[in-house]
Design a protein around this ligand. Sequence first.
Ligand code: GDP
Ligand code: FO1
Ligand code: CA
Length: 316
Amino acid sequence: TRVVVLAGGVGGSKFTLGVREALARRGDPAATVVVNTGDDLWLSGVRLQPDIDSVLYALGGQNDTVRGWGRAGDTERVNAELQAWGAGWPWFTLGDLDLGTHLARTGWLRDGLSVTEVVARLSARWPLGVTLLPMTDSEADTWVRLESGEVLHFQEWWTRHRATLAPRAFENPGLVGAVPAPGVVEAIAAADVVLLAPSNPVVSIGPILAVPGVRDALAATSARVVGVSPIIGGAVVRGMADVCLTAIGVDTAADAVAAHYGSRTAGGVLDAWLLAEEDAALAPAVAAVGITPVVAPLWMTDVAASAAIADAALAA
Ligand code: GDP
Ligand code: FO1
Ligand code: CA
């Protein structure tokens, strides 16, 4: 089975761990993970790719599972020096081990490597069991436009203001004229199944779908396209997807997110949608927009639970 996963950071990596496990049990481990790069930013002269690193560290067994981002067992000596210099952002922590990643990445980018080539190099250190691809080689940082008209970087809106400033829109100006990273369209075309991870629909999956050419690739593929709801019982499990969804006029509800993605029979991207057992009553509303509903337990409490979700998605 050739599987492509579209993924953001924490939700995306938990799901990808499950997909890897499910495919390994089938003796059939071949997955390509297309990762959001809208979270990326420049800070203190280095390029950060939070969602790429979340997936990289999680699959490599290096992630801080308590905090949800960065490296397990990291220290903050360099960060303290940066703060003492007044460099960077006082509300944003760069771990020492994590900074090693950013320095390596930034050095390779300055040597002229593409983002895809850099991600391939980063992927070579630990056996990930899947191929990681950035959604695009272009810089496509997400900016948040507030009701006041002020625009700030997604990372400032989230890590400094904790999503308390009401957003009017999320924008990725770098996607104008951008193309998918090499291999993305090819992987979608050759796939048997494309899975939308239960990632933030607006700022994780949204930017991937907004890369010119990705929606066309999803429309054209013979693969089934199956999404997993990031909303359980009308709530985001963690993070600020509810604030993001409200900003784009979508209810924080599993059926509303499915309708937002839309059916492939009507210009959207989904054939099937996994709903949590708590949301079983919403299945008819999903079917009504032309998407096949599948009810399953959707709590990614451990790798086994994520693998069961991946199995249900692969069977859908
Ligand atoms: P981020 O980039 O780190 O914000 O992570 P993602 O965008 O990949 O995923 C964030 C989303 O994952 C959140 O909005 C949650 O709705 C969803 N999520 C987190 N844990 C779970 C879970 O256990 N089950 C499901 N179905 N969704 C989850
Ligand atoms: N999130 C925070 O809430 N505070 C931080 O200081 C912080 C630092 C950080 C450094 C590297 C990295 O890859 C991620 C980091 N994150 C931090 C997480 C990140 O801001 C977001 O949670 C994700 O981008 C959302 O997907
Ligand atoms: Ca993200």
